[in-house]
Design a protein around this ligand. Structure first.
Ligand SMILES: Cc1cc2nc3c(=O)[nH]c(=O)nc-3n(C[C@H](O)[C@H](O)[C@H](O)COP(=O)(O)OP(=O)(O)OC[C@H]3O[C@@H](n4cnc5c(N)ncnc54)[C@H](O)[C@@H]3O)c2cc1C
Length: 563
């Protein structure tokens, strides 16, 4: 990716074949698919790439066991279609970004024989539907085998478990990697660029967009023959901006997750809790050195603040603790996040947990706007492929086949599972740093480390005893368009997920490195750090946890004490 100011020049006032609004999973995948088919594309994102739903997923690459049950019980063809497509897309996601994904076994503990039989049959159907896309066959595990793999499971009445395979991924990094791959293919993109209006031809057809740069407040226009709306849960706002009379379609639903230290539930496998009190499933999954627990499902409006609330914490722990030998308490929580599912409403309304995770492509005849709504992360590539077919038709371009089915994403070429070992040897890195760089950047880790060859201090950790190094901050600014401290700590490096308190401690280090790269003044830097710390403290407050003191005010206090 180019530096933001440079890219702004390449986009402002320019003409493109296609403008994609929304730099989440769906929009980024659309932009990549289009650019690889030779369609000159610009991707505009109002906040940061992956700043909304696409970094708030449970991070599972799956067909969806719950949807299987609904497809069978309700004899629902639509659910069946979603499931089979997702099962096939799983494999593409795993193969196209091997550094950001991994296969994972999910154990469903059983305390009644009838559940064992039910699950065993259901998961055999799941395997069968996956066909050649099957990851590994599901199987029954005895009580002993189950406890060997999950020693902290509640043993009382445990009969055994049924194990099945799906995938796991790093959603924020996958999203940024899609954008990076798109720009490598010649596409143009800008974050913090909100579309506020449309340019129109003499009639009502759209011929481009009006954009407000969120950093400078300046407005500029971009011309485009076709515009795609990929704004996820807020798609209705763009649809109604194009044609105010269209009916709302989105039924956003909030899902919250918490992260716990992995030693509360030592395992390399994922736990699936098969039935919650509101008839859903819950996951507890090892992720990035933590146990990720989620999720909730609550219909919200676009105005709802998407933070983990005290009630979410109570709900998640109430269910999780039934499955643990030693219950955990809110004090164990290290971080959390929440997002809104972009569900598309059925005509008759109804409960959001019953809405299919299928996608809908809508071409507005009045304005020509193409909206891609709904879907899930696992199907982002297929959704983009279908959307760009419609774009090609609208452009009147000859049909070109999608290139993305087997297109290895940035950092994925040449990646092997022991790549970290090579980094360790060649750059004399601590093992945990090599693992971290390999998992976040794949073979592009070499580019991060190249920065340190000119300035060895960039090999230093951002926080003592943690794997992330300072070079990642410089790389994030120069090559991944990171603009705020949160862009770096939440989505580029992932430290905000590992620990809210670590993120607060790291903010001054990240802030001062960014200040050097972006020529921030000292007062701007101080404000940026305080603003970030306040934001994390607000997350702690919302979840009902105690606040962390700002490292900036702590260092001021200790300096005052020394005088
Ligand atoms: C709790 C939860 C758990 C989930 N777990 C999984 C899972 O494990 N596996 C899975 O496959 N799927 C999962 N999903 C679903 C998946 O995360 C979403 O389907 C996917 O991320 C949606 O991506 P999107 O690009 O459509 O939306 P978003 O990521 O929300 O992207 C839309 C973007 O549009 C931008 N935008 C909005 N308005 C404008 C504007 N005016 N101008 C410019 N840009 C604008 C926004 O800033 C945003 O970045 C989960 C979802 C949730 C909420």
């Amino acid at each position: 990716m180019k530096i933001r100011v440079e890219e702004l020049q390449n986009i402002s006032g320019q003409e493109f074949d296609l403008c994609v609004i929304g730099g989440g999973a769906t929009g980024s995948a659309c932009a990549l698919d289009a650019q690889l088919r030779g369609i000159r594309t610009v991707l505009l994102e109002a906040g940061d790439f992956a700043g909304a739903t696409s970094s708030a997923a449970t991070k599972i690459i799956h067909g969806g066991v719950r949807y299987l049950e609904e497809a069978i019980k309700g004899a629902d063809l639509q659910e069946y279609h979603v499931l089979v497509r997702a099962l096939h897309e799983r494999v593409r996601m795993l193969e196209n970004a091997p550094h950001l994904t991994r296969k994972m076994e999910f154990l469903v503990p059983s305390y009644h024989w009838i559940d064992v039989a039910y699950l065993d049959v259901g998961l055999k159907i799941y395997d069968w539907l996956a066909g050649p896309g099957r990851i590994s066959p599901s199987k029954y595990l005895s009580q002993e085998e189950t406890l060997k793999r999950m020693p902290d499971l509640n043993q009382k009445g445990l009969l055994g478990s049924v194990a099945y395979a799906d995938g796991q991924f790093d959603d924020a990094r996958y999203n940024i990697t899609l954008v990076q791959t798109f720009t490598e293919a010649g596409g143009n993109t800008l974050n913090y660029a909100r579309v506020t209006d449309f340019k129109r031809e003499a009639g009502r057809k759209i011929s481009g967009v009006v954009v407000k740069d969120q950093l400078t407040e300046e407005t500029f226009t971009v011309s485009a023959k076709v515009v795609v709306n990929a704004t996820g849960p807020v798609s209705d706002s763009i649809r109604q901006l194009a044609t105010p009379t269209v009916h709302k379609r989105m039924r956003p639903s909030k899902g919250a997750h918490i992260l716990l230290p992995l030693d509360v539930f030592r395992t390399e496998d994922a736990l699936l809790i098969p039935k919650t009190e509101d008839g859903r499933v819950l996951f507890a999954v090892p992720w990035g050195g933590r146990l990720l627990v989620g999720t909730t499902d609550e219909e919200v409006t676009p105005e709802t603040e998407l933070v983990v609330a005290k009630g979410d914490v109570e709900y998640l722990l109430r269910h999780l603790n039934q499955y643990l030998a030693r219950p955990v308490s809110p004090d164990d929580i290290v971080s959390g996040f929440a997002g809104a599912r972009p569900l598309v409403g059925s005509e008759d309304g109804g409960d959001t947990k019953k809405l299919a995770r299928d996608d809908v492509i809508e071409v507005d005849p009045a304005s020509g706007l193409i909206s891609i709504m709904g879907g899930k992360w696992t199907t982002h590539r297929a959704m983009a492929e279908d959307t760009i077919h419609r774009v090609q038709q609208a452009l009147g371009f000859p049909h070109a086949v999608s290139q993305t089915r087997n297109y290895v994403l940035y950092g994925g070429k040449g990646f092997t599972d022991d790549y970290w070992n090579k980094l360790c040897r060649q750059h004399r890195l601590p093992e945990k740093t090599a693992h971290h760089l390999a998992a976040k950047f794949g073979t592009a880790a070499e580019k991060v480390l190249a920065l340190a060859s000119k300035n060895a201090a960039l090999l230093d950790p951002i926080l003592e005893a943690r794997p992330a190094i300072k070079a990642e901050v410089v790389y994030a600014v120069g090559h991944e368009m990171a603009t705020t401290i949160e862009d770096v700590l939440a989505r580029r490096i992932g430290m905000q997920l590992y620990s809210w308190r670590d993120a607060i401690q790291a903010a001054p280090v990240v802030g001062s490195l960014m200040a050097e790269e972006l020529s921030w003044t000292s007062s701007f830097t101080r404000t940026a750090i305080m603003h970030y710390v306040e934001k994390i403290n607000h997350l702690l407050d919302s979840a009902g946890l105690s606040r962390e003191r700002s490292p900036v005010s702590m260092s001021r206090e200790s300096a005052a004490a020394q005088q």
